[in-house]
Design a protein around this ligand. Structure first.
Ligand SMILES: [Zn+2]
Length: 255
């Protein structure tokens, strides 16, 4: 039985879906263990030595948030693109991003991808942040966009990703750091120790960093944000540094 209510995206009175995912299943693809359970952790607890890991049986979803048109067609279109761009094999489809690895003089490794559609990919990533913000689930309790929630809602609804420096997004990976678990989904968090608001979503070995206030983006990282020239950079966290990195970015380091 479907509840009639106000859809959070289009804001119209409509039948609402019983099940809307906050983080789409395909992003957990490599994370389901043999029992089809996910490993999850709250970074603050994990880093401070409490290795308690909750094991919910699927990704996070919620009822009565969205109408079927908004979830399946509007957000669905961005998800379809992201799934194709991130997880397709080269021989399965054309129009895929082309990626190359680089290293800076300072020894920072990164992967640069061309032909990653800015509009679809940015709106896909913002839709995860936005869904986490409208969610009432405990796992997303740190995410509350306040007045920005409506700005991002309108961007998703109208298909407008705005300029790259509006809610700039950085992506970092610890997949190459064998000293750190790759099969974890971190509880999305907000960094409270530094200037500006910045949300951090660690999903499947990649950390997505959303900068809500422009000052929260460090100047020297500006060149690595998701680019409106259809380019994306994935920064590699140096081996052995993933834990330290997450601590710093989550602002849970003891200083
Ligand atoms: Zn709707």
């Amino acid at each position: 039985m479907q509840t009639i209510g106000k859809c959070k995206l289009c804001q119209l009175e409509k039948p609402l879906l019983n099940r809307s995912h906050i983080i789409p299943d395909f992003m957990y693809a490599s994370l389901f263990d043999k029992d089809h359970k996910l490993n999850k952790f709250a970074p603050a607890d994990y880093i401070e030595g409490d290795k308690h890991i909750s094991r919910p049986s699927s990704g996070e979803y919620e009822s009565n948030l969205l109408c079927s048109q908004c979830d399946n067609e509007i957000i669905g279109r961005y998800e379809t693109y992201a799934r194709k761009a991130l997880y397709s094999k080269v021989d399965e489809t054309s129009d895929l991003p082309e990626c190359e690895n680089f290293i800076t003089n300072g020894g920072l490794k990164f992967t640069k991808c061309k032909n990653l559609h800015y509009k679809e990919f940015k709106l896909f990533l913002l839709s995860i942040l936005w869904r986490a913000s409208i969610s009432n689930r405990d796992f997303f309790k740190e995410v509350n966009l306040g007045p920005y929630e409506d700005t991002i809602r309108q961007m998703i609804l109208s298909g407008d990703p705005k300029q790259e420096e509006t809610f700039p997004i950085l992506m970092m990976t610890w997949l190459n750091d064998k000293s750190f678990a790759t099969d974890l989904v971190g509880q999305p968090g907000i960094n409270r120790k530094e200037n500006g608001i910045r949300y951090i979503f660690p999903i499947a070995g990649v950390t997505y960093i959303y900068h809500i206030s422009p000052v929260s983006l460090k100047k020297d990282l500006k060149e690595f944000i998701l680019s409106s020239k259809n380019e994306a950079t994935l920064l590699h966290i140096p081996e052995g540094k993933s834990k330290e990195f997450l601590m710093t970015y989550f602002g849970v380091n003891k200083s």
